[in-house]
Design a binder for this molecule. Structure first.
Ligand SMILES: Cc1cc2nc3c(=O)[nH]c(=O)nc-3n(C[C@H](O)[C@H](O)[C@H](O)COP(=O)(O)OP(=O)(O)OC[C@H]3O[C@@H](n4cnc5c(N)ncnc54)[C@H](O)[C@@H]3O)c2cc1C
Ligand code: FES
Length: 346
């Protein structure tokens, strides 16, 4: 009876949520929202937002990320950002955002002021050490330092004595993130050794430089986060040494899946534009390659910003491995790869 349409809107959480939001914008029964509590400049073009999420947000694990959604020119846009703090008793969370050239979300995030309310999705991801004992190597470049900071703070809070080497790279000394906070952490983490690499002075952080700074790198479980080029160098270094199994990577970028030689190309029609996409490549990558700008958020199947209606044709869901039927259904462009010619509506 409680579900009866006669009781609407009294039995609709969305309606109560709208009412609660009118009283206090951070209150919501259906959405995970957060209030900006503090904005801190970290480096040129990089700031941290300290946020107080509502109850819908739940908890997060060090190293995880969440979808930050902002209203920009009347449309909702979301992008993923890692937590740069450890979970805290006061419930505050910190995200640290590098402003991207022509980046709508990072640009709007840099204009946020204390008191404003944003949508902050539930925590996602599993970027964390796999073992609790093996010596660790944390390799971070640029804003790739953010999840490392969360992990290190959590280790310090837990009183860890683990042997950890942090190798942090940035273009200039002024761009090294969290320098002061890391000095403070070092006093609480007896097993931590730090190396800073300034590529503007010493050149790119290549395998030789890593070997020189961390001679025992191959004995360490390694966590890696940074720009795609840097990550590719470290990943091939581990692959050459047969050590891929002890490397965990978090990519912040738009790593397009390489087109496998001999892959089938399929004709795709999206909102009147025609292009081809190789099987193995996501429809989002294919559309962007063709010069289109479909909506996206996480680029990993979480937020559904890229959802569109498939009118005909079959796709493979790259997350679940399931092949769709040939008919009409909703699909996510970022995790769907074509198996036949496709007709898509926006
Ligand atoms: C799991 C995860 C965690 C992350 N954590 C952080 C974090 O802690 N801190 C942080 O600063 N960032 C983080 N990022 C990266 C952040 O989400 C991106 O930088 C985000 O895209 C910025 O959004 P934007 O709207 O400002 O720019 P976007 O619109 O996403 O564009 C980003 C840049 O790409 C360029 N670009 C646009 N279209 C294309 C195209 N087709 N091909 C190539 N380039 C293009 C744009 O010009 C711009 O310079 C994370 C990403 C992921 C996936
Ligand atoms: S961009 Fe988030 S699901 Fe596709």
């Amino acid at each position: 009876m409680l579900r009866s349409p006669l009781l609407a809107p009294l039995n609709q959480p969305e309606a109560w949520s709208r009412l609660a939001g009118a009283v206090n914008p951070v209150w919501s029964l259906v959405e995970s929202r957060a209030r900006v509590v503090r904005v801190v400049d970290e480096a040129p073009g990089v700031l941290s937002l300290w946020l107080k999420p509502n109850r819908r947000f739940g908890r997060f694990q060090p190293g995880q990320h969440a979808l930050l959604e902002l209203d920009i020119n009347g449309a909702r846009h979301g992008r993923c950002f890692s937590f740069s703090s450890a979970p805290r008793a006061d419930g505050l969370v910190r995200i640290t955002i590098k402003r991207k050239h022509n980046g709508p979300v990072s640009g709007a995030a840099h204009a946020l002021q204390p008191g404003q309310v944003v949508r902050l999705g539930r925590a996602q991801g599993a970027f964390a050490p796999r073992t609790g004992h093996q010596p660790l190597l944390l390799l971070a470049a640029g804003s790739g330092m953010t999840p490392m900071m969360s992990l290190l703070e959590a280790m310090a809070d837990a009183g860890s004595t683990r042997d950890v080497v942090l190798l942090q790279s940035s273009s200039t000394a002024g761009d090294l993130l969290f320098a002061q906070a890391l000095d403070d952490l070092a006093a609480r983490l007896p097993g931590l050794r730090r190396h800073a690499h300034v590529s503007g002075d010493s050149g790119r952080l290549d395998p030789e430089a890593i070997e020189a700074l961390v001679p025992d790198w191959s004995t360490r479980e390694t966590l890696l986060c940074g720009p795609d080029g840097f990550m590719a160098v470290v990943e091939s270094m581990h692959a050459r040494a047969g050590l891929t199994g002890q490397l965990t990577s978090e990519s912040f970028g738009r790593r397009a899946a390489p087109v496998v030689p001999g892959a089938d190309f399929h004709a795709v029609s999206l909102s009147g534009a025609d292009f081809t996409v190789a099987s193995g490549q996501s429809l989002l990558e294919g559309a962007e390659k063709a010069g289109l700008s479909p909506r996206f958020g996480c680029r990993r199947g979480i937020c559904r910003s890229c959802q569109c209606r498939k009118l005909s044709g079959t796709v493979l869901n790259q997350l679940t491995g399931q092949v769709s039927g040939p008919g009409e259904e909703l699909i996510q462009l970022c995790i769907s790869t074509p198996q036949s010619a496709l007709e898509l509506a926006p």
